[in-house]
Ligand binder design. Sequence first.
Ligand SMILES: C[S@@+](CC[C@H](N)C(=O)[O-])C[C@H]1O[C@@H](n2cnc3c(N)ncnc32)[C@H](O)[C@@H]1O
Length: 248
Amino acid sequence: MSYNGGKQRSVKHILPFLNHAALDGKEFIDAMGGFGNVISNVVNKRLYILTDMNPLLIHLLKAVQSGRLETHKYIRKKMSKAKHKRMLNWKGVNGDKPINLKRAIAAYVYSHWNNTTGYLDMYGKFQERDFPRNQIKYLCKTLSSKESFKQCHLRVCSYEFFLDAEDVVLYFDPPYEGTVGYHVNRHHAFDHVNFWENVRALSKKNFVFVSEMKAPADFVAVTSYTKNRRWEHLFVHGGSKAHNMAKL
Ligand SMILES: C[S@@+](CC[C@H](N)C(=O)[O-])C[C@H]1O[C@@H](n2cnc3c(N)ncnc32)[C@H](O)[C@@H]1O
Protein backbone atom coordinates (compact mmCIF):
# COMPACT_ATOMS: atom_id res chain seq x y z
CA MET A 1 0.00 0.00 0.00
CA SER A 2 1.85 3.04 -1.12
CA TYR A 3 -0.26 6.07 -0.50
CA ASN A 4 -2.28 7.67 2.18
CA GLY A 5 -5.24 10.00 2.26
CA GLY A 6 -6.48 9.42 -1.27
CA LYS A 7 -9.62 11.44 -1.89
CA GLN A 8 -10.08 12.45 1.73
CA ARG A 9 -10.00 16.18 1.01
CA SER A 10 -11.07 16.35 -2.62
CA VAL A 11 -14.08 14.04 -2.45
CA LYS A 12 -16.39 17.03 -1.90
CA HIS A 13 -15.72 18.19 -5.47
CA ILE A 14 -16.90 14.97 -7.08
CA LEU A 15 -19.84 14.10 -4.81
CA PRO A 16 -22.34 16.37 -6.61
CA PHE A 17 -21.89 14.07 -9.64
CA LEU A 18 -21.75 10.69 -7.85
CA ASN A 19 -24.72 11.64 -5.65
CA HIS A 20 -26.75 13.19 -8.49
CA ALA A 21 -30.47 12.38 -8.15
CA ALA A 22 -30.41 10.71 -11.59
CA LEU A 23 -28.23 7.96 -10.05
CA ASP A 24 -30.46 7.26 -7.04
CA GLY A 25 -31.26 3.57 -6.54
CA LYS A 26 -28.45 2.33 -8.78
CA GLU A 27 -25.57 0.00 -7.95
CA PHE A 28 -22.38 1.90 -7.13
CA ILE A 29 -18.97 0.36 -7.73
CA ASP A 30 -15.77 2.00 -6.53
CA ALA A 31 -13.46 -0.31 -8.45
CA MET A 32 -10.13 1.10 -7.22
CA GLY A 33 -11.57 1.93 -3.86
CA GLY A 34 -8.43 2.54 -1.81
CA PHE A 35 -9.34 3.45 1.74
CA GLY A 36 -13.00 4.07 0.95
CA ASN A 37 -12.88 7.85 1.08
CA VAL A 38 -15.22 8.11 -1.88
CA ILE A 39 -17.73 5.29 -1.40
CA SER A 40 -18.21 6.16 2.27
CA ASN A 41 -19.62 9.53 1.15
CA VAL A 42 -21.88 8.18 -1.58
CA VAL A 43 -25.60 8.04 -0.77
CA ASN A 44 -28.96 6.78 -2.04
CA LYS A 45 -27.68 3.74 -3.93
CA ARG A 46 -29.18 0.24 -4.03
CA LEU A 47 -25.85 -1.52 -3.55
CA TYR A 48 -22.34 -0.41 -2.61
CA ILE A 49 -19.29 -2.34 -3.81
CA LEU A 50 -15.67 -1.46 -3.11
CA THR A 51 -12.95 -3.49 -4.79
CA ASP A 52 -9.20 -3.04 -5.01
CA MET A 53 -6.26 -5.12 -6.19
CA ASN A 54 -4.51 -4.65 -2.88
CA PRO A 55 -5.35 -7.52 -0.49
CA LEU A 56 -3.91 -5.79 2.59
CA LEU A 57 -6.14 -2.82 2.01
CA ILE A 58 -9.30 -4.93 1.71
CA HIS A 59 -8.23 -6.88 4.79
CA LEU A 60 -7.91 -3.64 6.73
CA LEU A 61 -11.29 -2.33 5.57
CA LYS A 62 -12.98 -5.60 6.54
CA ALA A 63 -11.48 -5.22 10.02
CA VAL A 64 -12.88 -1.68 10.25
CA GLN A 65 -16.29 -2.90 9.10
CA SER A 66 -16.42 -5.70 11.69
CA GLY A 67 -15.18 -3.44 14.53
CA ARG A 68 -12.11 -5.69 14.99
CA LEU A 69 -9.62 -2.93 14.19
CA GLU A 70 -10.77 -0.56 16.92
CA THR A 71 -9.99 -3.13 19.61
CA HIS A 72 -6.71 -4.40 18.12
CA LYS A 73 -3.79 -4.52 20.58
CA TYR A 74 -1.65 -2.18 18.45
CA ILE A 75 -4.35 0.42 18.80
CA ARG A 76 -4.96 -0.06 22.50
CA LYS A 77 -1.34 0.49 23.53
CA LYS A 78 1.25 3.10 22.59
CA MET A 79 3.96 1.61 20.40
CA SER A 80 7.68 1.53 21.21
CA LYS A 81 10.29 2.86 18.79
CA ALA A 82 11.57 -0.69 18.25
CA LYS A 83 8.07 -1.82 17.30
CA HIS A 84 7.82 1.01 14.75
CA LYS A 85 10.97 -0.24 13.09
CA ARG A 86 9.69 -3.83 13.02
CA MET A 87 6.39 -2.70 11.56
CA LEU A 88 8.17 -1.17 8.59
CA ASN A 89 9.33 -4.62 7.56
CA TRP A 90 5.79 -5.98 7.58
CA LYS A 91 4.21 -3.56 5.19
CA GLY A 92 5.05 -4.85 1.68
CA VAL A 93 2.35 -6.43 -0.49
CA ASN A 94 4.78 -8.32 -2.70
CA GLY A 95 6.03 -11.80 -2.07
CA ASP A 96 4.28 -14.65 -0.38
CA LYS A 97 3.98 -12.98 3.01
CA PRO A 98 0.67 -13.70 4.73
CA ILE A 99 -2.25 -11.32 4.51
CA ASN A 100 -3.00 -10.47 8.11
CA LEU A 101 -4.10 -7.51 10.17
CA LYS A 102 -0.64 -6.80 11.55
CA ARG A 103 0.71 -6.29 8.02
CA ALA A 104 -2.41 -4.44 6.89
CA ILE A 105 -2.01 -1.95 9.74
CA ALA A 106 1.68 -1.47 8.94
CA ALA A 107 0.90 -0.93 5.27
CA TYR A 108 -1.67 1.71 6.11
CA VAL A 109 0.36 3.53 8.71
CA TYR A 110 3.59 3.53 6.72
CA SER A 111 2.08 4.23 3.34
CA HIS A 112 4.23 7.38 3.02
CA TRP A 113 7.31 5.26 2.87
CA ASN A 114 7.66 5.19 -0.94
CA ASN A 115 8.83 8.76 -0.87
CA THR A 116 12.07 8.36 1.05
CA THR A 117 12.33 11.96 2.16
CA GLY A 118 8.69 11.98 3.17
CA TYR A 119 9.21 8.89 5.24
CA LEU A 120 12.16 10.35 7.05
CA ASP A 121 10.20 13.49 7.80
CA MET A 122 7.22 11.53 8.98
CA TYR A 123 9.24 9.28 11.23
CA GLY A 124 9.72 12.06 13.79
CA LYS A 125 5.98 12.63 13.75
CA PHE A 126 5.25 8.95 14.38
CA GLN A 127 7.09 9.22 17.66
CA GLU A 128 5.75 12.60 18.62
CA ARG A 129 2.10 12.06 18.04
CA ASP A 130 1.61 8.35 18.60
CA PHE A 131 1.05 8.36 14.89
CA PRO A 132 0.05 4.74 14.13
CA ARG A 133 -2.70 4.66 16.73
CA ASN A 134 -4.02 8.05 15.71
CA GLN A 135 -4.04 7.08 12.05
CA ILE A 136 -6.00 3.92 12.69
CA LYS A 137 -8.40 5.60 15.09
CA TYR A 138 -9.04 8.25 12.46
CA LEU A 139 -9.72 5.64 9.79
CA CYS A 140 -12.18 3.81 12.07
CA LYS A 141 -13.89 7.04 13.06
CA THR A 142 -14.32 8.35 9.53
CA LEU A 143 -15.57 5.11 8.02
CA SER A 144 -17.55 3.38 10.78
CA SER A 145 -20.23 6.03 11.01
CA LYS A 146 -21.02 6.00 7.29
CA GLU A 147 -24.06 3.97 6.20
CA SER A 148 -22.68 3.22 2.73
CA PHE A 149 -19.46 1.85 4.23
CA LYS A 150 -21.35 -0.31 6.73
CA GLN A 151 -23.30 -1.92 3.89
CA CYS A 152 -20.40 -2.04 1.45
CA HIS A 153 -19.33 -5.32 -0.16
CA LEU A 154 -15.52 -5.57 -0.07
CA ARG A 155 -13.52 -7.70 -2.45
CA VAL A 156 -9.98 -8.09 -3.80
CA CYS A 157 -10.02 -7.98 -7.60
CA SER A 158 -8.92 -6.00 -10.62
CA TYR A 159 -11.29 -3.38 -12.02
CA GLU A 160 -11.42 -5.57 -15.13
CA PHE A 161 -13.75 -7.89 -13.24
CA PHE A 162 -16.54 -5.36 -14.06
CA LEU A 163 -15.99 -5.10 -17.80
CA ASP A 164 -19.41 -6.68 -18.51
CA ALA A 165 -21.30 -4.39 -16.11
CA GLU A 166 -24.57 -2.81 -17.26
CA ASP A 167 -26.53 0.14 -15.92
CA VAL A 168 -24.34 0.67 -12.86
CA VAL A 169 -22.38 3.68 -11.60
CA LEU A 170 -18.66 3.01 -11.87
CA TYR A 171 -16.07 5.22 -10.26
CA PHE A 172 -12.36 4.82 -11.00
CA ASP A 173 -9.54 6.51 -9.16
CA PRO A 174 -6.58 4.85 -10.89
CA PRO A 175 -2.90 5.15 -10.06
CA TYR A 176 -1.86 8.40 -11.74
CA GLU A 177 -0.12 8.03 -15.04
CA GLY A 178 3.58 8.73 -14.66
CA THR A 179 3.68 7.94 -10.93
CA VAL A 180 5.09 4.80 -9.38
CA GLY A 181 3.70 5.12 -5.89
CA TYR A 182 0.34 3.41 -6.29
CA HIS A 183 1.23 0.15 -7.96
CA VAL A 184 0.12 -2.86 -6.01
CA ASN A 185 3.00 -4.83 -7.42
CA ARG A 186 6.00 -3.06 -8.88
CA HIS A 187 6.40 -5.89 -11.40
CA HIS A 188 2.87 -5.38 -12.67
CA ALA A 189 2.51 -1.75 -13.73
CA PHE A 190 -0.92 -0.32 -14.46
CA ASP A 191 -1.78 -0.29 -18.20
CA HIS A 192 -3.21 3.20 -18.78
CA VAL A 193 -3.86 2.80 -22.50
CA ASN A 194 -5.90 -0.33 -21.94
CA PHE A 195 -7.66 1.35 -19.02
CA TRP A 196 -8.99 4.25 -21.13
CA GLU A 197 -10.06 1.78 -23.82
CA ASN A 198 -12.02 -0.14 -21.19
CA VAL A 199 -13.58 3.08 -19.86
CA ARG A 200 -14.78 3.95 -23.37
CA ALA A 201 -16.48 0.55 -23.70
CA LEU A 202 -17.98 0.66 -20.19
CA SER A 203 -19.30 4.20 -20.72
CA LYS A 204 -21.69 2.97 -23.42
CA LYS A 205 -23.84 1.06 -20.91
CA ASN A 206 -22.97 2.60 -17.56
CA PHE A 207 -22.42 5.90 -15.77
CA VAL A 208 -18.63 6.00 -15.59
CA PHE A 209 -16.50 8.61 -13.79
CA VAL A 210 -12.71 8.76 -13.60
CA SER A 211 -10.49 10.91 -11.37
CA GLU A 212 -7.24 11.69 -13.14
CA MET A 213 -4.86 14.50 -13.95
CA LYS A 214 -5.11 13.89 -17.69
CA ALA A 215 -7.17 11.87 -20.13
CA PRO A 216 -7.35 11.19 -23.89
CA ALA A 217 -8.97 13.94 -25.99
CA ASP A 218 -12.37 12.21 -26.27
CA PHE A 219 -12.90 12.59 -22.51
CA VAL A 220 -14.40 15.67 -20.86
CA ALA A 221 -13.58 17.11 -17.42
CA VAL A 222 -16.87 17.83 -15.62
CA THR A 223 -15.10 19.33 -12.63
CA SER A 224 -11.51 20.29 -11.76
CA TYR A 225 -9.81 20.96 -8.44
CA THR A 226 -6.31 21.14 -7.03
CA LYS A 227 -4.84 18.27 -5.07
CA ASN A 228 -1.35 18.46 -3.61
CA ARG A 229 -0.78 21.56 -5.75
CA ARG A 230 -1.67 19.73 -8.97
CA TRP A 231 -4.87 19.90 -11.00
CA GLU A 232 -7.03 16.83 -10.87
CA HIS A 233 -10.23 16.37 -12.90
CA LEU A 234 -13.33 14.21 -12.90
CA PHE A 235 -13.57 12.83 -16.43
CA VAL A 236 -16.47 11.29 -18.33
CA HIS A 237 -16.45 9.98 -21.89
CA GLY A 238 -17.76 12.62 -24.31
CA GLY A 239 -21.42 11.98 -25.23
CA SER A 240 -21.80 9.17 -22.66
CA LYS A 241 -24.68 8.68 -20.19
CA ALA A 242 -22.53 10.24 -17.44
CA HIS A 243 -21.72 13.23 -19.68
CA ASN A 244 -25.39 13.84 -20.46
CA MET A 245 -26.25 13.54 -16.78
CA ALA A 246 -23.49 15.99 -15.78
CA LYS A 247 -24.97 18.62 -18.12
CA LEU A 248 -28.36 18.51 -16.30
C1 LIG B 1 -5.47 6.53 -6.19
S1 LIG B 1 -5.71 5.06 -5.28
C2 LIG B 1 -7.44 5.13 -4.86
C3 LIG B 1 -7.72 6.10 -3.73
C4 LIG B 1 -9.11 6.04 -3.15
N1 LIG B 1 -10.08 6.68 -4.03
C5 LIG B 1 -9.16 6.70 -1.78
O1 LIG B 1 -9.67 7.81 -1.68
O2 LIG B 1 -8.66 6.11 -0.83
C6 LIG B 1 -5.60 3.84 -6.51
C7 LIG B 1 -5.97 2.44 -6.06
O3 LIG B 1 -6.02 1.60 -7.21
C8 LIG B 1 -5.66 0.30 -6.81
N2 LIG B 1 -5.34 -0.45 -8.05
C9 LIG B 1 -4.22 -0.42 -8.81
N3 LIG B 1 -4.37 -1.18 -9.90
C10 LIG B 1 -5.64 -1.70 -9.85
C11 LIG B 1 -6.41 -2.56 -10.70
N4 LIG B 1 -5.90 -3.04 -11.85
N5 LIG B 1 -7.66 -2.89 -10.32
C12 LIG B 1 -8.18 -2.41 -9.16
N6 LIG B 1 -7.50 -1.59 -8.31
C13 LIG B 1 -6.25 -1.24 -8.66
C14 LIG B 1 -4.51 0.51 -5.84
O4 LIG B 1 -4.35 -0.59 -4.98
C15 LIG B 1 -4.98 1.78 -5.11
O5 LIG B 1 -5.65 1.44 -3.91
